[in-house]
Design a protein around this ligand. Structure first.
Ligand code: HMG
Ligand code: MG
Length: 300
């Protein structure tokens, strides 16, 4: 089942930066995207079209999108949780939009100010408009193994939301461990629940690394044949409504593991480490990537 090639979606500019307390210049975000695409990333989640009152760091969404020097073959995606977000996003010509909900109502309520069922209703016109416009639609389910407000989440809850996402016309489903509390068997169970409604080629893993389990969880899903994952350069990130959670699994760490296993990614690790170094310097903080630390120490 082990894939020979893996496709990584780089979420650093979006998930990575959305929770930063101090403003990050749009120019730094744009430069980060440019460095990531130069390193070989072909799927980049750039920003979110959400309320600037809820997530101030993404208020420069249109400016960042407008500043990109797009590279052929790169898919630029943005988050759009409702029609207002979609209508603003579409002016920036994203290749993919992302609708996101949760496997637990308690988290959805904090993140989107509505229940899971209400979020799905809000997605209906968004998905319809995007599909009509020929824009790829990805869905993401948060809290698939644990919720900060509700505790454990059953795989049946994940399957139920996956079924509704499929019925909406969502083309690809991301299975997210928002809190980073998942362990390999639990994450496999959540992924299996998603696979009841989506093909193996249409699912991805999105693992936060709070408890240091994200690489193990990635390996567990690789063993199921899952070949698409989200990650963030330097291990940046976290959701403002997932208190206690840290960043995504670091892209550098995933790439190092995959290359070490003989799995292709198309990504140039040294250039990726430089991209991570660039954004960490802009943020004034050290990288969270173990691989980046090791490689930079070796360079020095
Ligand atoms: P709401 O308050 O229920 O929305 O928020 P509303 O329709 O009642 O509107 C309230 C105000 O927001 C109005 O403005 C609207 O115009 C405005 P006001 O009249 O007060 O000036 N508004 C918007 N403005 C800009 N863009 C929009 C938009 N929609 C309404 N799209 C809403 C609903 C979804 C807007 C809000 O809850 C929100 O923005 N939440 C933030 C969600 C978010 O970005 N979370 C982080 C990303 S998700 C994540 O990180 C998890 C993930 O990584 C996977 C994982 O790890 O689990 C993907
Ligand atoms: Mg996330």
């Amino acid at each position: 089942m082990m894939p020979f090639r893996v496709s990584l979606l780089e979420s650093g500019p979006r998930d990575g930066l959305q929770n930063e307390a101090l403003p990050v210049a749009a120019a730094s975000k744009i430069e980060l995207v440019h460095r990531l695409q130069a390193a070989g990333l072909r799927n980049i989640e750039v920003t979110s079209f959400v309320s600037p009152k809820w997530v101030p760091q993404m208020a420069d969404n249109a400016e960042v999108m407008a500043g990109l020097q797009r590279q052929a073959g790169v898919r630029y995606s943005v988050l759009t949780p409702n029609l207002k977000g979609y209508e603003a996003a579409v002016l920036s010509r994203p290749d993919e939009i992302v609708v996101f909900t949760a496997a637990s109502d308690a988290f959805c309520q904090r993140n989107l100010n509505c229940t899971v069922a209400e979020s799905i209703e809000r997605f209906e016109p968004v998905v319809q408009a995007a599909r009509t416009a020929g824009i790829h639609v990805r869905g993401v389910i948060s809290t698939t193994v644990g919720c900060p407000y509700q505790g454990e989440v059953a795989p049946s809850a994940v399957a139920d939301v996956a079924r509704r996402m499929k019925a909406l016309g969502v083309e690809h489903l991301g299975v997210a461990d928002t809190m980073g509390v998942g362990t390999p068997r639990k994450v496999q169970a959540a992924m299996e629940a998603a696979l009841q409604h989506f093909d193996l080629d249409a699912v991805s893993g999105h693992f936060h690394d709070t408890y240091g389990q994200a690489l193990s969880n990635t390996l567990a899903c690789l063993e199921m044949g899952v070949w698409q994952y989200d990650s963030s350069v330097a291990g940046l990130g976290g959701c403002p409504y997932a208190k206690g959670a840290t960043g995504n699994v670091a892209t550098e760490d995933v790439v190092f593991m995959l290359h070490g296993m003989g799995i292709e990614t198309g990504i140039e690790l040294d250039a990726l480490v430089d991209a991570g170094d660039f954004i960490c310097a802009a943020l004034g903080r050290p990288t969270s990537s173990r691989v980046a630390k090791a490689l930079m120490a070796k360079r020095a």
